[in-house]
Every structure is written in structure tokens, then in C-alpha cells.
Design a protein around this ligand. Sequence first.
Ligand SMILES: [Zn+2]
Length: 93
Amino acid sequence: MADKKANNRKNNRNNDEDYNPKFRKMRKKVCALCSDKNLVLDYKNADQLKKFINDKGKILPRRATGACAKHQRDITTAVKRARHIAVLPYTQE
Ligand SMILES: [Zn+2]
């Protein structure tokens, strides 16, 4: 019984639900700002920037936003500018 399961696991390396879920393949996110050329990040647009902060007001990491390095930098700058002009909060609760 145990042997059969171990064998099955060995044969189906990556694309099997029986495989260790710790190393589950994650779908690669596409940068929202790269895919949509018309989308321009605006530090005065709170609704747009709210997608890039969590409920505590922290800026989400790249693995959560899916943004590329260049656009993550733009997001960070925009959020920080928005905080400075009190469009976004520095912290919540
Ligand atoms: Zn990008």
C-alpha cells in the first residue's frame, strides 16, 4: 500500500495532485501595468492604488501584485506619494 503510493509519487513528478503540495506549481502572474499600455499609475488615484496595499496599508510584495520589477518600483513610489498627500493611509488599526 505504502509502496504503491510512493511509486505513484515518483512517476508523476510535477503535474500530480498527490505530489507534495508545498511545491505546488503556481501560475505565473502577468504584470498588470505591462499588459495594459493605457493603464497609467496615478498617485492621486486612491482606488487604483488600493489594489496594491493590504488592509493594514502596507505595500504588497511583488509575489502578490504580480508586477514586474520596474512597475513594482513605480507602484511603491506612487503609494508613498499618495501617503504623503494623505490620499492613502500610512497605517490602519
Ligand atoms: Zn510591468
